[in-house]
Ligand binder design. Structure first.
Ligand code: AQP
Length: 354
């Protein structure tokens, strides 16, 4: 089983990223061959500062290491270090429908909120994401709920490539997404109708001054302040209900960080008042994030080690991706023919499918 996922180098990862994705990455190391990529090429699709980008990439790497990614048990690397991602993006463009890209929710939302140039990169973002995964013939992609649409596109791109160029073989593996049952979509604490995000309403640039987003590196006092200030609803019952998005979100958060089902949280807090419940959620979230926050400082200080981990991961990842690209180029009739032609790839494909 090969598992792949990518994460943006936004530096300040939040509780939603941690529950929806990072905790799944850590667990994936025990379930198969795991690859995790920090997607700096995706980050340049919106306005950014080049020097900041490198710093935030190191911050993000240190957070992942602090959370429990172990370079001995996974390949952790920087997307731009493996050139096969960009080459495969271009090749996959030939089997990607333009209209579908234009209709993607993320493209529509982000292009509407863009004050400057809406780059072609923003439109092609999901194709690069497809290339990230398909280059490794990954079987599974752990992500949060917001990535479901991109995963569906990725699966269609793989199927379409195989139908057009595969000659009956699965040249590209059609991956499955792995979305957690609890905590797949953590909502903003100040506006629980929107997902918790880095750039969203309650995030860094938000009117609420970032109070809607809990960051992995927040001190316990900040976590407590944000959770105690979380928007709840009229009424007093601790139960999930579409009419009670604030309380429902807090139930989901507490269930996810404690590793229990939401029903357990509802039963245990049936008699609690909102204030008591929020205090309990704040304490559990602070405990949940504390180990990563405490390990982070030392890990972040050693940039030479971070760089060496990223380069080591990229070398191992590239060894896999270059084989896929050789097969894809051969199937598409690009470059000099390989000895034996497409049939010569079957050995590789059989190995991958097992
Ligand atoms: N609110 C969320 N709940 C659960 N999972 C989430 N993810 C993101 N938000 C939530 C999952 O985290 C992984 C990494 O996402 P990313 O690389 O897009 O990181 P980001 O840019 O920091 O995430 P944001 O905050 O979601 O970005 P913006 O501000 O651009 O909207 C993914 O697997 C994602 O599903």
């Amino acid at each position: 089983m090969r598992i792949f996922s990518g994460i943006q180098p936004t530096g300040r990862k939040h509780l939603g990223n941690y529950i929806g994705a990072i905790s799944q990455y850590v667990a994936a190391q025990d379930r198969g061959e795991a690859l995790f990529c920090i997607v700096d090429l995706h980050a340049i699709t919106v306005p950014y500062e080049p020097t900041e980008l490198r710093e935030r990439l190191y911050d993000t790497t240190a957070i992942l290491l602090a959370a429990g990614l172990d370079p001995e048990r996974c390949m952790l690397f920087r997307q731009s270090d493996v050139k096969e991602h960009t080459e495969l993006t271009w090749l996959l463009c030939s089997v990607t429908e333009l209209g579908r890209l234009q209709r993607m929710h993320q493209f529509r939302d982000k292009s509407l909120s863009q004050r400057e140039l809406v780059s072609a990169g923003l439109l092609l973002y999901p194709v690069l994401q497809a290339a990230d995964v398909l280059a490794y013939r990954a079987n599974e992609v752990p992500v949060g709920e917001d990535q479901r649409e991109h995963l569906e596109l990725m699966r269609d791109v793989a199927r379409r490539f195989n139908a057009r160029f595969g000659d009956g073989e699965e040249v590209l593996v059609v991956p499955e997404h792995r979305i957690p049952e609890v905590g797949a979509r953590i909502m903003d604490l100040q506006d629980p109708t929107r997902k918790m995000s880095t750039t969203g309403a309650g995030g860094t640039a938000g009117a609420a001054g970032g109070q809607g987003t809990v960051y992995v590196l927040d001190e316990p006092a900040a976590i407590e302040k944000k959770l105690k200030g979380a928007v709840t609803d009229s009424g007093s019952e601790i139960r999930r209900d579409a009419e009670k998005p604030g309380v429902s979100n807090l139930i989901e958060i507490l269930a996810a960080v404690r590793g229990v089902v939401p029903e357990t949280v509802e039963a245990e807090h049936a008699q609690a008042r909102y204030g008591e419940f929020k205090t309990a959620v704040a304490a559990a979230v602070a405990d949940y994030l504390a180990p990563a926050r405490e390990r982070y400082v030392e890990l972040r200080a050693d940039e030479a080690r971070i760089e060496s981990i990223l380069q080591g991961g990229a070398e191992r990842a590239q060894a896999i991706a270059s084989q896929t690209l050789a097969d894809v180029r051969e199937r598409m009739g690009l470059g000099a023919p390989r000895a034996g032609g497409p049939a010569a790839t079957s050995g590789t494909l059989d190995t991958v499918r097992r």
